[in-house]
Design a protein around this ligand. Structure first.
Ligand SMILES: [Mg+2]
Length: 442
């Protein structure tokens, strides 16, 4: 490992070492953690994690800060979306989405791991059973109300259309019967009052989640808690697989919130679609492990974390004065999130400028500390702080937002960690993956 710096510096209350490594690339996907995830969140994206009516992305940024500060190091984030890989990448370019450990795309027909989005070929092979895309195209073309979705939403194991609800209800049974007669084994899912997807029988968000849980089980790493979150019809499967709502695949754990032996949780956001609400009232109304959040989208996910007592549920973004809010344990992710929240607020002039403030900042850093840019450029920490000081208010009144992603750490001493993260900024509509770095703190 190429580690440059071990000069002790500190920020706020925590001394920090600053350095950089080109080779600290954590294992991706399901191998990232050595043991079971403390929490696995499986969330839909559109209108669940992402609120398209929130142009400032405030609730998503609150969730991001919460996740990186408290959960990334020992938990799993899974996005499960109806979007194809290309459409998913477009959303990531548009919204401040974190990098999930697993991306389940195209309504559970494609599974990819980590930032590199390494495909799960075993899942693809499994879906080939009882599936012939050409036959699906041939049979669906006989129903004029089915309007094909755009090319980027058509996938090897997913054929998608737009259709009115009234027409969809007429078509689904007839189409199922015809495809069965042609020897196929498919499922048809209708979502959001507009989208109709034809998939292999073994596909779908719920089946993909079952598959992931079985892989975890095989490795002896079943998550301690699983929280699934959704808003529309294609999310119903997430709520209904036994592994989730009965927790049959998960090691029982006494929950401190309500003292029931259960560990799998489900949440519908406040803005849930009609078909999911109807499914809930027909199938799961009395299930105490399902809640209908009163908050929208990512704020609803934070609410569910609190309601089910799954861990910290106060986003660092909701803390205005960190000096008054001490955390009991040293948490590298929390320190990194806290630092960059200060940086964002400083540049937006949400923190009042004062020489005393900068002096306090400098006093907690060791003067010999060094900051190393991924390019290899080194800067004394004093110069970095001076540079930060000069940036006060340069983004005042602008839509300048910053978030950190993929915070990972390695303990290299009894009270010292090397921490790596990616920092993203948005200014106007431009997202920049600025750089990544290593810090360690004690
Ligand atoms: Mg949705």
């Amino acid at each position: 490992m190429f580690t440059v710096h071990t000069q002790p510096v500190s920020f706020f209350s925590s001394p920090i070492f600053v350095g950089f490594s080109r080779e600290l690339s954590p294992a991706i996907g399901m191998d990232r953690l050595n043991g079971s995830a403390r929490l696995m969140i499986v969330s839909d994206l559109d209108s669940t994690m992402v609120d398209h009516d929130d142009p400032q992305n405030l609730s998503l940024l609150r969730f991001n800060a919460l996740w990186e500060a408290y959960y990334r190091h020992d938990s799993f984030l899974v996005f499960s979306t109806g979007r194809s890989p290309a459409s998913y990448k477009l959303l990531r370019a548009e919204k401040p989405l974190l990098t999930p450990d697993v991306a389940v795309m195209s309504v559970g027909t494609e599974i990819a791991y980590g930032h590199a989005m390494v495909p799960d070929y075993g899942w693809e092979q499994y879906l080939n059973q009882g599936w012939d895309r050409d036959i699906v195209l041939e049979e669906t073309s006989k129903f004029p109300p089915l309007v094909p979705q755009s090319e980027i939403d058509q996938r090897p194991h997913k054929v998608s259309f737009y259709v009115e609800k009234v027409e969809a209800l007429k078509i689904i049974d007839v189409l199922s019967e015809r495809l069965e007669k042609r020897g196929l084994d498919v499922k048809i899912i209708y979502s959001s009052g507009t989208a109709l997807d034809v998939l292999p029988r073994g596909a779908g968000k719920g089946q993909a989640l079952s598959y992931l849980l079985k892989k975890f089980e095989f490795d002896g790493k079943l998550p301690v808690n699983t929280l699934v979150c959704g808003d529309s019809g294609n999310d119903a499967e997430l709520f209904s697989i036994p592994a989730v709502y009965e927790g049959s695949l998960v090691i029982p754990k006494l929950n401190s919130c309500d003292l029931r032996l259960t560990q799998s949780w489900n949440m519908q956001v406040r803005n849930a679609q009609e078909e999911l609400l109807q499914w809930h009232s027909e199938n799961m109304k009395d299930n105490p492990n399902i809640i209908h959040a009163t908050e929208r989208c990512a704020a609803g996910i934070i609410q569910a974390i609190g309601s089910f007592c799954l861990g910290p549920n106060v986003s660092p973004r909701d803390i205005r004065d960190f000096q008054k809010c001490k955390v009991g344990i040293v948490n590298p992710g929390y320190e990194v999130v806290k630092f960059y929240l200060f940086y964002e607020r400083w540049r937006r002039a949400e923190i009042l400028i004062s020489e005393q403030h900068m002096q306090n900042l400098k006093s907690v850093f060791y003067s010999s500390g060094t900051f190393v840019h991924p390019s290899g450029t080194e800067l004394p920490i004093e110069q970095c702080l001076d540079a930060i000081g000069r940036l006060h208010g340069d983004r005042e009144g602008k839509q300048f937002q910053l978030w950190v992603d993929r915070v990972s750490s390695a303990q290299i001493g009894s009270d010292t960690w090397l921490v790596k993260c990616y920092k993203w900024e948005t200014f106007g509509e431009i997202f920049i993956l600025a750089w990544y770095f290593l810090v360690s703190m004690r």
